[in-house]
Design a protein around this ligand. Structure first.
Ligand code: ZN
Length: 134
């Protein structure tokens, strides 16, 4: 969007910059989503207990991984994600993977039946399109 923005001193400026992802932005997004239903009932770890990484790749939007050394890792591609409207549902998607890892319901299938069931609940709460979410 290129709507004029008002800075703190009241001057109108144009801000056409895209969001530059940082681990801190990813952690803040995670904590926001974690505070909302259905995630708030899932006993997910706090953001400071999750490792957030910004990827350079343009091959995928993001990925959740369990790492035996560092634990939960959520990575998001700065080459594919620069808008909040993409970041929030992506983070929610990766958080479903994280929850499945915690519960031991993840399988070799990337999006198993349990993932689809949880994803539909998330989509109902947040207004995400299930066809884009899964
Ligand atoms: Zn996935």
């Amino acid at each position: 969007m290129s709507a004029p923005m008002t800075s703190d001193c009241g001057k109108v400026r144009r801000d056409r910059e895209e969001m530059k992802l940082t681990p801190a932005i990813l952690e803040a997004t995670y904590n926001f989503v974690r505070a909302t239903p259905p995630f708030r009932n899932w006993r997910l770890p706090a953001g400071h207990q999750v490792r957030f990484r910004v990827l350079k790749t343009r091959k995928k939007l993001g990925v959740y991984q369990w790492d035996n050394q560092v634990g939960h890792v959520v990575s998001v591609s700065e080459g594919k994600v620069s808008h909040t409207i993409v970041l929030v549902p992506l983070m929610a998607h990766e958080m479903v993977h994280l929850y499945q890892q915690m519960c031991g319901t993840d399988t070799k299938t990337e999006h198993n039946a349990e993932f689809i069931r949880l994803a539909l609940i998330v989509c109902r709460h947040h207004g995400f399109d299930p066809k884009e979410f899964t």
